[in-house]
Write a protein that binds this ligand. Structure first.
Ligand SMILES: [Zn+2]
Length: 339
C-alpha cells in the first residue's frame, strides 16, 4: 500500500510515493510557481504528484492517502494554505491555495492530511530519528524561521494547525528590522537567510555612526564594521556572509550577533515547550552547522529554567518535511488512513 508525501515550499514543490516503512519508490520536484493565481500553485502540486506516481509506476487512483507539509498559514478545516511572506510579491493578492480537495480528487481518497511544513518536519524527525523521545522541537532556520512541536508524543496543532510560528517571537523590543509579517523586531527578521544581509547593513550603519561621533578614537567595536562585502548589492546573501566569517571583520561580527540572537530565540522556544531534543534543520543551519549550532549549545543554559535539551542537526536534512508528510499519510492526526 503506497501513500504520497508532499513538501510545498516557497522555492520548490516536491513529492514522494512510499510505503508505511518509509521506503520511497518514486519522487518528483518542480519550482513553485510564484503566481499569478492560487490555481497555478495547486496545479503545480498535482503535476508533481502525478510525476512521482509515474516515477513509481503506480496509478494515482491506487494511492491510499497523502500527507502535505506546506509553507504559509494553513487552514486545516478548509484544506488550504494562505499566502505567506515567503512567496514573492507577485503572489501578494493570491486567494488561499486549495490543496486537500484537489489532491483527494486526484488520488480518489479522503485520506489527505495537511500540516504546516515545520510540523511535518517534526513528525519526520520524531518518527525516523528520535522515536523514543516524547517531546521534540524541529526548528528550521532557512529563508524564514519556524518550529514544529511534538508534545507528549502528539503533534501540537494549534488553531487551524498553525502552532509553532516561533520566527515571529520578538527578540528586539526596539524593532529595528521590519519582519515580512508586517511587525518588527521578530527573530526571523534578524536571523533567517533572507534577513541576515539586512542585519549586516544595520550593523555596518551602527559602526559608521559611532565612528563619526568619535572620529579620533576608533574603538575596537568599530573595527568590526570594516568589510569587503558588497553591502549595497541586493545580491548579497547570507551564504556569502557565513563564508567570510573569520576573515572579514563585519561578516564575523554579523555571524556573532546572529549567534547571540539565536540563543535568545532558542531559549524562548525551549522554555515554552520543554523538549528533550531540538532537531535543527533549514539551509542556514544545515550549511553552517558549527557556526550556527555550537554557540547555541555553549550559551543556551544561561536562558533556561527547564532541563537543557539535546540540540542536534536534523538527520533527515532537506528530506525532513517530505518524510514527515509521507508518515502522516499513514498515521493521520484525524483524516489519515487510520485517523
Ligand atoms: Zn514576523
Amino acid at each position: 500500500m503506497y501513500a504520497v508525501g508532499v513538501d510545498l515550499g516557497a522555492t520548490n514543490v516536491r513529492a514522494v510515493v512510499g510505503d508505511d516503512t518509509g521506503t520511497i519508490v518514486g519522487r518528483a520536484r518542480a519550482r513553485t510557481p510564484q503566481g499569478p493565481t492560487a490555481d497555478a500553485v495547486t496545479r503545480a502540486v498535482l503535476d508533481v504528484v502525478r510525476e512521482a506516481c509515474r516515477d513509481a509506476s503506480v496509478e494515482p487512483s491506487t494511492i491510499a492517502g497523502a500527507g502535505i507539509g506546506s509553507m504559509g498559514v494553513i487552514d486545516r478545516d478548509a484544506g488550504t494554505v494562505g499566502l505567506s511572506s515567503n512567496l514573492g510579491t507577485e503572489t501578494e493578492s493570491l486567494d488561499p491555495i486549495p490543496l486537500v480537495d484537489p489532491l483527494a480528487d486526484l488520488l480518489e481518497t479522503d485520506a489527505v492530511v495537511l500540516h504546516n511544513d515545520t510540523l511535518a518536519g517534526a513528525i519526520g524527525e520524531h518518527h525516523h530519528t528520535h522515536p523514543d523521545v516524547d517531546s521534540l522541537v524541529y526548528l528550521t532556520i532557512s529563508s524564514g524561521i519556524g518550529a514544529g512541536v511534538i508534545s507528549d508524543g502528539s503533534p501540537l496543532l494549534g488553531t487551524d494547525g498553525n502552532a509553532g510560528e516561533v520566527g515571529h517571537m520578538t527578540i528586539d523590543a526596539a524593532g529595528r528590522l521590519p519582519c515580512g509579517c508586517g511587525a518588527a523586531g521578530h527573530w526571523e527578521a534578524y536571523c533567517s537567510g533572507n534577513s541576515i544581509p539586512a542585519l549586516a547593513r544595520l550593523l555596518a550603519a551602527d559602526g559608521g555612526e559611532r565612528k563619526s561621533e568619535n572620529e579620533n578614537e576608533v574603538e575596537d567595536e568599530d573595527r568590526h564594521t570594516e568589510t569587503a562585502l558588497p553591502l549595497e548589492s541586493n545580491d548579497l546573501t547570507a551564504a556569502e556572509i557565513f563564508e567570510h566569517a573569520g576573515s572579514d571583520p563585519l561578516a564575523t561580527h554579523v555571524v556573532d550577533r546572529v549567534a547571540e540572537l539565536n540563543v535568545l530565540g532558542m531559549g524562548n522556544v525551549i522554555n515554552a515547550y520543554a523538549p528533550a531534543v531540538v532537531s535543527v534543520g533549514g539551509a542556514v543551519a544545515l550549511n553552517n552547522q558549527s557556526l550556527v549550532l555550537d554557540p547555541i549549545r555553549e550559551e543556551i543554559e544561561s536562558q533556561l529554567v527547564v532541563q537543557t535539551p539535546e540540540i542536534v542537526c536534523s538527520d533527515l536534512g532537506e528530506e525532513a518535511v517530505l518524510r514527515g508528510a509521507l508518515r502522516c499519510a499513514f498515521t493521520g492526526t484525524s483524516g489519515g488512513l487510520d485517523g
